[in-house]
Write a protein that binds this ligand. Structure first.
Ligand code: ADP
Ligand code: F6P
Length: 333
């Protein structure tokens, strides 16, 4: 028989993302409206280890729907991934024990696939867990959307648009580095939507081939284009070096801009708030129904859920079609 849930916990974990706040709001309000008690865990799994846990009321989440960041703070918790498996297992057990001491029998973890792996461990220690995809990276295989992506990618696009003005005025080549340590989705979308000459992503190391980049720049210059935009994902990196090389080899003045954490701040877009609200409420429904070790996802226009183990085993998909289409439409004859 499914375990009856009386008190749920909610936490944000890993890198923050715009939309985490409206997601917390949705979890808290829908849980309270289902007759549950809600506890907020401060700073992800570290909060469970340190008993940094607070009561949440409907008012605790007032006026946060449009705010970036996370009122629950977020963190990486090194104890959970200690290289010594015995120490890591002890941390998982301690966190679960502390959750139980606070009466928490169900937990919503808003974070990326790393955070979901932490949730898996708590599930093995008797806490019913549901993961919600919260990361600007849009790099979780089971879901077509992750909360924060739209806000972040629009900031990256805005940067491309601004860089184009100044690049065109000075007839320069601009190299823009956007976030995505292991994943090129922000670079792909911002590059395509900003009309980049080339997009460099870690999933396709050959996209960073210098000869190809130089060829595109030279061809586009020969066609009369007076500026260039190269979008680089953080996982490729070396943007300053790339700008220097382009300048030295082609003689075209080149500058690198590393956008950084500005992509993770500011108000969430409507798309992020919508997904955050729907996924937060969906996660609570799952816990109320007695679900455990599940992950919320968005696929084919619907909210669905998967076993976390299965979700994490799915092969990651990269929008490589964007590179191919961008190659066709960012040049002309
Ligand atoms: P994200 O959730 O954005 O992918 P991280 O990969 O940094 O971010 O993970 C956030 C936290 O989740 C880690 O600091 C750690 O506490 C926990 N975590 C990550 N991977 C695991 C794992 N394999 N087992 C247990 N906990 C993990
Ligand atoms: O939020 C996701 C992400 O921005 C990745 O693209 C990046 O690799 C990582 O987080 C960097 O986060 P931080 O600078 O907080 O370690």
């Amino acid at each position: 028989m499914a375990k009856e849930i009386r008190t749920i916990g909610v936490m944000t974990s890993g890198g923050d993302a715009q939309g985490m706040n409206p997601c917390i709001r949705a979890v808290v309000r829908s849980a309270l409206n289902s007759g549950l008690k809600v506890k907020g865990i401060i700073k992800g799994y570290s909060g469970l280890l340190n008993n940094d846990i607070v009561d949440m009321t409907a008012a605790s989440v007032g006026n946060i729907i449009n705010r970036g960041g996370t009122i629950l703070y977020t963190a990486r918790c090194p104890e959970f991934i200690d290289p010594d498996p015995e120490k890591a297992a002890a941390a998982h057990a301690k966190a679960a024990e502390n959750a139980k001491l606070h009466g928490i029998d169900g937990l919503v973890v808003i974070g990326g696939d790393g955070s979901w792996q932490g949730a898996q461990k708590l599930s093995q220690h008797g806490i019913n867990v549901v993961g919600v995809p919260g990361t600007i990276d849009r790099d979780i295989a089971c879901t077509e959307y992750t909360i924060g992506f739209d806000s972040a990618v629009n900031i990256a696009l805005e940067a491309v648009i601004r860089l184009r003005d100044t690049s065109a005025s000075h007839e320069r080549c601009s190299v823009l580095e956007v976030m995505g340590r292991h994943c090129g989705e922000i670079a792909l979308w911002a590059g395509l939507c900003g009309g980049a000459d080339a997009i460099l992503i870690p999933e396709q190391p050959e996209s960073a081939n210098l000869d190809y980049i130089l060829k595109v720049i030279r061809e586009n210059r020969a066609r009369g284009k007076n500026h260039n935009i190269i979008v680089v994902a953080e996982g490729i990196g070396h943007s300053q070096d790339l700008a220097k090389e382009i300048q030295e080899i082609t003689g075209i003045e080149s500058r690198a801009t590393i956008l950084g954490h500005v992509q993770r701040g500011g108000a969430p877009t409507a798309l992020d708030i919508k997904h955050a609200s729907m996924m937060g409420a969906y996660a609570v429904d799952l816990l109320v129904r007695g679900a455990n070790n599940r992950a919320v996802a968005y696929r084919d226009g619907e909210y669905v859920d998967f076993d976390i183990d299965e979700a994490l085993a799915m092969p990651k998909r990269t929008s490589l079609d964007i590179i191919e289409v961008n190659r066709r439409i960012s040049t002309y004859n």
